[in-house]
Design a protein around this ligand. Structure first.
Ligand SMILES: Cc1cc2nc3c(=O)[nH]c(=O)nc-3n(C[C@H](O)[C@H](O)[C@H](O)COP(=O)(O)OP(=O)(O)OC[C@H]3O[C@@H](n4cnc5c(N)ncnc54)[C@H](O)[C@@H]3O)c2cc1C
Length: 293
């Protein structure tokens, strides 16, 4: 299929996705491209639309499970310098969607700008965090957003202000678009205090989460007024294993890749966990991770 004719951006074919995810699972993308800026991106999504090619936007790959069969699709990753920028304006911080949260938090801290500390330790990009409305410790990133620049799948750029964006627990209307960047409203604070708060959040995270083996963070969303991890734990499922995928013994809402786990192993384990939680508590767990197949 010669859908790339006339495009300047290099499009890789049959690109491995496994190494681009924190789960270290998955096959290849039929097409893979890293546009250098919004103009290249616009041409790319328009060409894909014209040829009815499904498009997936990959951030840091920390909340996805990619099928072992790979994807007959175009996967786009926004990691050029243009999408990695960050620029303060008063107490606002404008940043491209490809920047890693860790880098953004460091930059804000160095400028004495506070607000992002609670996200310390989340291994995602700004775009992924906005699409998922990432959060923890009772806060979420959308609370900080002043405005967001997005591109629709016709290649048109839009500026959305906070009021124009619907969002909820681990979901945001921004995921209907390719997110280009956002302006975050922060507050001034002493740099040493920001640094200490970051360290405290990191310590809390390390005391509960399992970082020993590849994973994708929490697999299921917390049901209202409950904790998915606690329900799974109460079913006695910590350590339960299918193939090379295992429910973490430390955090029951984490599934670990114990080495060459397949996407099938993970899906079977997720189904088994859901079944047992439903049977015991009558609660249907909803996946938090995105399954790309
Ligand atoms: C150890 C560990 C701990 C974690 N802890 C937390 C936590 O405490 N809280 C939390 O909320 N999450 C947590 N996560 C999950 C994950 O890190 C976050 O959801 C993160 O924000 C996802 O960002 P990403 O860049 O990796 O997105 P990806 O995993 O690459 O993508 C996730 C979704 O976002 C979409 N997306 C990515 N970039 C864009 C873009 N530019 N435009 C449009 N859509 C886009 C993708 O298409 C996909 O649907 C954790 C994960 C791990 C591995």
């Amino acid at each position: 299929m010669n859908w790339q004719k006339g495009l300047k951006v290099r499009v890789e074919s049959n690109a491995p996705l496994r190494s681009k995810t924190t789960f270290r699972i998955g096959g290849r993308a039929r097409w893979f491209a890293c546009p250098k800026d919004a103009v290249e991106l616009s041409l790319l999504v328009r060409a894909a639309k014209k040829h009815r090619l499904p498009v997936y936007v990959l951030g840091a790959g920390s909340n996805i499970l990619v099928s072992d069969k790979g994807l007959k699709a175009l996967v786009i990753k926004l990691d050029s310098p243009f999408f990695n920028r960050s620029c303060p304006s008063g107490t606002d911080l404008e940043a491209g969607s490809g920047i890693m949260l860790s880098r953004l938090i460091r930059k804000a801290g160095a400028l004495g700008l506070s607000g992002l500390e609670f996200l310390s330790g989340i291994p995602g990009s700004l775009g992924g965090a906005l699409a998922m409305n990432a959060g923890c410790f009772g806060k979420s990133i959308m609370d900080l957003v002043e405005s967001c620049e997005v591109m629709d799948y016709n290649g048109r750029i839009k500026n959305l202000n906070k009021k124009g964006i619907r969002y909820g627990y681990r979901s945001s209307g921004l995921s209907d678009y390719v997110i280009l960047g956002a302006t975050l409203g922060l507050t001034r604070k002493d740099r040493a205090v920001i640094r200490k708060d970051e360290q405290d959040y990191l310590r809390k995270r390390r005391s509960t989460q399992d970082a020993a083996l590849p994973n994708a963070g929490c697999i299921f969303k917390n049901p209202e007024d409950s904790s998915a991890g606690r329900l799974i734990d109460l079913c006695g499922l910590k350590g339960r294993r299918i193939g090379r995928a295992q429910v973490s013994r430390r955090h029951a809402n984490f599934i670990l890749n114990c080495g060459n786990a397949s996407s099938c192993d993970v899906v079977k384990l997720m189904n088994s966990v859901r079944r047992q939680v439903k049977n015991k508590f009558g609660i249907v767990l909803e996946p938090e991770i995105k399954i790309w197949k």
